[in-house]
Design a protein around this ligand. Sequence first.
Ligand code: G3H
Ligand code: ZN
Length: 309
Amino acid sequence: MTAIGTLRNTTKDTLREVLTRLQTEGAALGHFNVADHVLLKAVIAAASETKLPVFVGASEGEREFFGAHQLAALVKSLRQELDVPVFLNADHTHSLAKAVEAANAGFDSVGIDFSALPFNENVARTKEAVQAIKAVNPAILAEGEIGNIGTGSEIHETAGGDFKLSTPEEARQFVEATGIDILAPAVGNMHGMLKSMVQGKAKKHLNIERISEIKQAAGTFMTLHGGSGTDDEHFRKAIAAGINIIHINTELRVAWRESLGESLARDADDVVPYKILRPVVDSVKKVVSSRLRLFHGQPVSSDAVGSVA
Ligand code: G3H
Ligand code: ZN
């Protein structure tokens, strides 16, 4: 069952076509996670404002809160009013059942994530999920993940963990053995933000040379997870080196929480949800628009993501 069809946009572009076009243009598709309608409205408003394509993502936890079918139906409805492509990704999917559920709900892609398992098991489970979702919808794109970049789009005290870089050889083997369309490697990226990053005192740095080597070996589209708090120049270089999709979540969550707090504090007697929540949408939209512009080589001011500082 493809509950909402193949989810083609009013622009009639498929996700594969948009990724191919952006790659030739030296740009990347911005992927932004949503857990509620406020975040979704903000991401859609940013796409509308910038006139740039956007990738809406929801992890298993976010889908559970939102409802996978409900999110897909909302995205389908919203994209009909937009003249830029909007796609939907089932981010960080850790089971075959959840991957198939997302495919049935009409998601454009599934981020299959068995990266916590030993390499051979990751290969076997990812391959099985790729075949299952493509049996539901042959047009769906499958992403597979290798390496450890930590978990949780949250604020962390320390980086922790053993974040070894993925190698070109494991990338080549993984792509060949699983049949994935998109590879998410570990290239110096990390999920979430350190407190110092939220305060704007530190930035994530990527291994650009390794991105180039993996791109050459894998020959697929590539996703950069854990984008929040990354140095702008490293984003630009990573795109030039072969990154096609960039995931941002924590920056949105920080903006969401800060602006919600401010909005609630403004008037203790205000009980009108759409008055309280409108500034939250605006604040998250600012972050998304700024990141989108950066990923498309447009100028952004250095404090553009200032609401997270
Ligand atoms: O899949 C989502 C992300 O990789 C987002 O990571 O919270 O560090 O931006 P982030
Ligand atoms: Zn991620």
